[in-house]
Ligand binder design. Structure first.
Ligand code: CA
Length: 230
């Protein structure tokens, strides 16, 4: 669980401090936002593993932000836990209908919050995150950050690794350069689409040692596809 990024959207400094302390002790990385607008900026910089979202925020409410996130393809899959002072059943249902995955009522203990976060993360990311991906003799282990062919390691840069990880978890599908940018670099990465080509080239070079550069296929006019088929 450690190293997971949690975006906390909460206007009260005291709660941010308390939650921040509890989360860092539990090994999470905390990103903070004071309101929905700031939260959207943070989301554009890259997706967290989970969002803790206060219901009552100045400006756009937490519930509206949750709805917006669930309507947007980019943020749809990010799990949300709503934080709220209200405990009424109607509100609970409202939060879940808006797309929240769970609901924690204030005041909550840091320990309870951490347990709920872990439960949601387990539910939405069943082992697959750490699963070793194997296509043909090419194997990628997200846990140890290792790529190998028949136990021979392939050295590559972090971007090539993320790109290969994305490809191997989404084989046989065509992705445009901008989709790859969104998924691998984060939507608000200030990079040009040509950057994708540069890293594709590097990835192919590394894979060519075993002839696997053929897996990274250019689909004319559309983008790239990772496929073990010719
Ligand atoms: Ca609040």
């Amino acid at each position: 669980m450690s190293g997971k990024k949690i975006l906390l959207v909460e206007d009260e400094q005291a709660i941010r401090d308390m939650v921040g302390f509890a989360l860092s002790r539990a090994g999470f990385e905390l990103i903070e936002a004071e309101d929905a607008r700031q939260a959207q900026e943070r989301l554009e910089e890259g997706l967290p593993d989970l969002v803790l979202l206060d219901w009552m925020l100045p400006g756009m409410s937490g519930i509206d932000l949750a709805r917006r996130m669930k309507r947007d393809d980019y943020t749809r899959e990010v799990p949300i836990i709503m934080l709220t002072a209200r405990g009424e059943e109607d509100d609970r249902i409202g939060g879940l209908e808006a797309g929240a995955d769970d609901y924690v009522t204030k005041p909550f203990s840091p320990r309870e919050l951490v347990a709920r976060i872990k439960a949601v993360l387990r539910r939405v990311q069943p082992e697959s995150e750490e699963e070793v991906l194997v296509i043909d003799r090419l194997s990628l282990d997200p846990g140890s950050h290792r790529v190998s062919v028949d136990n021979q390691s392939l050295e590559m840069g972090p971007t090539e690794f993320r790109l290969l990880h994305f490809f191997m978890s989404h084989p046989e599908r065509v992705y445009s350069r901008s989709q790859l940018l969104d998924s691998v670099w984060g939507r608000n990465a200030y990079v040009e689409e040509r950057t994708v080509d540069v890293h594709i080239l590097r990835l192919r070079k590394v894979l060519s040692k075993f002839g696997y550069d053929r897996f990274v296929q250019t689909v004319r006019g559309a983008g790239y596809r990772f496929s073990a088929e010719a």
